[in-house]
Design a protein around this ligand. Structure first.
Ligand code: PEP
Ligand code: MN
Length: 337
């Protein structure tokens, strides 16, 4: 980082800052101009995090040079990460397809869905057991019973399984049943939950917060990784904008931007991004064309009777057709499934 001193900063103020930097084991690059002195800090600037340098005497402003996320940053890890989930991977040559119901409603519903999505080409089954619903009166999920059905579906089909966790209690239950934990959009900045998910060592699917910037999202991934868990996959699921024609606005540019800034895989969820079944196909196609490592798509045996997100859920035939239509685009992007 660079510390820009005020034009009238006294020499004692400059010396004081230099002394703080050096006494924390960092090096200084001093540039004393005609009007302004600039102090470059060389080394791990997190050592200065609690030193309040921005309000120290004579300081005009502090300009960060590198991002605060290090573990997720491509600068320090140029090769793209490939994350192992159950017996499949995300981030390699295979396009990861996660599909399943918004909410696990019954053993039959989940099992039927698991076999249908597997047949179409999905490698990962999704399903919510703890549902973060807008209304407290809406279906809240089957909780541990739902997790049990997930494990049964995994054993029956060989699919890897992912479930959202909304509390420490849910994490403690989920680690017994699933291959991957999902942190939902509403909890992306629940830093306590991120750390607890990190401690499990299980792969974590981190969805982008409803109004999170890309920088905030990558810092959230850093919370998980700082616990010694490098197995993070990002999921763009649409952000809140002024547009009301869709449930959220899919930020397709997040895909190439994440690829530039981070080595972590990124997948796209066109279901929650649009909230509209007929838009799932064009958004899924554009996500793959933009370079996404995978997709998360909601499916249901009978969407009209779904307990949540029926309007955006695909039927099995629709999902199968979509997978067929995605294959040529995936192959143009050197991916297959
Ligand atoms: C979900 O995937 O089940 C979900 C609730 O999505 P989001 O957190 O993106 O709203
Ligand atoms: Mn849903």
């Amino acid at each position: 980082m660079i510390i820009v001193m005020k034009p009238n900063a006294k020499q004692e103020a400059i010396d004081h800052i230099v002394q703080i930097i050096r006494s924390n084991g960092l090096e200084v690059h001093l540039s004393a101009g005609q009007e302004v002195t600039i102090i470059g800090v060389i080394g791990n600037k997190t050592k200065l995090a609690d030193k309040n340098l921005e309000i120290a005497d004579g300081v005009e402003r502090i300009v960060p040079v590198t991002e605060s996320y290090k573990l997720a940053n491509r600068k320090f890890h140029p090769d793209s990460s490939v994350i192992k989930v159950g017996n499949t991977t995300i981030g390699g040559d295979e396009l990861a397809i996660m599909s399943g119901p918004c909410a696990i409603e019954s053993q039959e519903q989940l099992m039927e869905t698991a076999f249908a999505v597997k047949k179409a080409g999905a490698q990962i089954l999704r399903g919510g057991a703890y549902k973060p619903r807008t209304s407290p009166y809406a279906f809240q999920g089957l909780e541990e019973e739902g997790l049990r059905y997930m494990k049964e579906a995994r054993e029956a089909t060989g699919l890897a399984v992912v479930c959202e966790v909304t509390s420490l209690h849910a994490i403690e239950a989920a680690v017994k049943y699933v291959d991957m934990l999902q942190i939902g959009a509403r909890n992306m900045q629940n830093f306590y939950l991120l750390k607890e998910a990190g401690k499990t060592g299980l792969p974590v699917l981190l969805k982008r917060g409803l109004s999170a910037t890309i920088d905030e999202w990558l810092n959230a991934s850093e919370y998980i990784m700082a616990e010694g868990n490098p197995n993070v996959v990002l999921c763009e699921r649409g952000i809140r904008t002024f547009e009301t024609a869709t449930r959220n606005t899919l930020d397709i540019s997040a895909v190439p931007i994440i690829k530039e800034r981070s080595h972590l895989p990124i997948i796209v969820d066109p279901s929650h991004a649009s909230g509209i079944r007929r838009l799932v196909k064009p958004l899924a196609m554009s996500a793959v064309a933009a370079g996404a490592d995978g997709l998360m798509i909601e499916t249901h045996p009978n969407p009209t009777c779904a307990l949540s997100d029926g309007p955006q859920s695909l039927t099995f035939p629709q999902f199968e057709t979509l997978c067929e239509e995605l294959r040529p685009i995936a192959s143009l992007m050197s991916k297959h499934f």
